[in-house]
Write a protein of this length. Sequence first.
Length: 648
Amino acid sequence: MSEEWGMVQVAATRLTSGEKYFPGQLPGERVENIDKNIGYLSPIGKITGRVLITRYRLRFEGSDDVCQFDVPLGCISKVEKVGHSTVSRGEHAYGILISCKDMRHLRFTCQPATHSRRPLFDALLRYAFPVTNKLQLYAFLYAQALREPSPPVSGARGFIDGWTIYDAKVELNRLGVPNEQWTITQLNYNYDFADTYPRVLSIPAAVEARGREFIERVGEHRSRQRIPVLSWLHPETQASITRCSQPMSGMTNRRCPDDEWFLKQIVSANAHTHQLLIFDARPIVNAKVNKAKGGGYEESYDQCHLLFLNIHNIHVVRESLRKLKDCLFPRVDEKNYLKLVDESKWLNHIQSIIEGAVQIVSEVEQNRNSVLVHCSDGWDRTAQLTSLAMIQLDPYYRTIKGFAVLIEKEWCSFGHKFAHRIGHGEDKPSDGERSPVFVQFIDCVWQLLQQYECHFEFNSFLLITILDELYACRYGTFLYNSEKQRMENKCMKETVSLWTYVLENKKLFINPLYNAGEQRTVLTMSSSLRVLRVWTEYYARYNPFVVAPGSFAAKRYAVERTCGKRALVEELVNIAQLNAEASYSKRFPSHYGSDHIIMIATVLGALVSNQAQYMALSLTVVIPLPFRPRVPRGDANPPASSVEMSTL
C-alpha cells in the first residue's frame, strides 16, 4: 500500500514470518522495522538487544531475554540523532535520543559500520508522527483489526461499547434537568453556534425563552462564543456550577447588557442567594494583559462577586513539568532533591488548583451560592476547577463509571484541546500549545485519593492507565480537540473508547478500601504543602533508583504490560504478597540513596511451560517495603542480568 511505503523505505531487514509477531502483539499492530544490534543506555548501564518498530510501539528486547520494555509511539515527543559516524567520541556517542511525554529519555547506540541508524531513525520519524506524515492514527487501525472476523485476534470478542458511557441528556436528567429554572437547549445541535462546545447544552430557561438572536448577542461578548452553561446542580439547594470563557470587554470596558442579564438569570435560578460568585482562574496580571488584547473580566456586573485564583497558564505549567522531570529522571540528586522539587513549583501549581476547587466547593455546599468559572477560553483551567470541585461534591463521580462520565463531560465534550496539548502524532516538540493541563487534573485527583482512600471506587492504577492511554493513541477517547472534531473524524464509529477497556477490566481498577455506604458525601481537600506529595508512583516509575510509594497496582501494571500474561501477573501479585518473609535485595551504591532497594520478583517455574517463558517472566519490580517477593527455590543468587529488567 502506498500509504504504508510511499514516502520512505524504512525496513532495516527483510522480516521473516517469525519476526512479524511477538507476545502481546495488539490487533492491527504490524512490525515495520527491526534492528538486531542496538545498545540501550539504561540508568544502570548499557544493555544490548534488538529494537522493533510497529505501528503502535517501539519495543526493546534485551539479548538476555530479561530486559524488555515498550514505548507506545504516541508517547514520543522528539527523535534526535546524536554523534557522527566519522567522529570517535566513545562507544556510546553514535545513536538516537528519544524524548518521551511520560518523563522518559531513551538513548540507543548504533554501530556505524552497520549503517543501521538511518533506517531506525526514519522508521521512528514516520510512525511516531502519523499526523505529520499523513498516516492513520493507530486507534483507527486497532479498531479496524478488531472488527475483522478472521483470523481471530485477542480482544475481538463482543465488547462493551465505551462510547455509550456518557449521554449528555442522561447526565442532565440525573442532575434534575430540565426543571423550571434550567432547560436543555438545541442551540448548538449542529455545532454552528460554538464549534468547541458540545451538541447538548443546558442554560437558564429564561434565557432560552429570549430566543436565539438574544443568545447570539451574548455569544459575541464571550471568547469563542462560549456562553455560560451548566456543569452541575446541587440536588437540594439548586446552587449551580456553570462555566464559560472570558468576556470580551477590552480596554474600553465594553459592556454587554444581554450578558449581564444572562448572569442574573443564573442567580435567579437559585432561591437561596442573591449573588453569583465568579471564579476567574487566571492571575489578575494575566487577566489584565488579556484585557489589553480584547479580553477581560466581569468587574462591573451587578449581583456578581469576582475572585481571581492565580492559576498559571499553559506555558508556565509546561516548564514546571520539565523541571520536575529533571528531578526524577534519569538520576536523582539525593542531596538537593527537595530543593529541586521546590524549584520546579509543580506542587505549588497543584496547590493553586486545589485551593480554587476547595473555594468552589465551599461556596456551593456551605454558602449555597451559585458559581461561574472561567479562564481565558474556558477549556484548560476551567475544566480543572469544575471537575475537581464536582468530584468532591458528588459521590457519583468517585465511582469508575462516574469518573469516566466526568472526564467525558468536563474535558472531552467541552472542548479541552487534547490534540494540541498532547501533540498527538505531530513532530512539533517545541509547539507552544503543548501543556500537561490534563495531567495536572489527574494528579489532583490522585492527591484527593490519598486523602480519602475509602471514598473512591477506583484505585490509582486507573489514573495511571488513563494517562498512559492519553499519550498512546490506542483509543479514540482523547483524540482531536473537540466533540465536533471527533464526530467529523468518526471516532465513535471507527475507534474504540478507552472506557471499553476500563469497563471490561474493571476488577483491575477496584479499590478494596472503597466504602459505598460512606455517609460523608462531600469531601474537602487539604491544599497544604505538608500534605501534598510528588506522585512518584507515576512520575518516577521508570527510574529504578526511586522506590515509588503507594499501591502495588503500578508495579503490577508494569509487569502486565511487559509480559502480556494477565493470569501469570495475578499469580505474581499473589506470590509477592503471600511470601513477604523471603526476599532477595540488592542495595545500590550509596550515591543513589541508602533507602533505595530493588526487589527481584520472579514467577515460580511451575507456572510456565518452558525456560523461554520463565526467562520472559523473570522480572525486576520496584516494590516498597514490606513486600518482599521470594526467589525461586535453589536460586539464592539470582543472575545479575535480572537486575537489568525494566521498570525502565
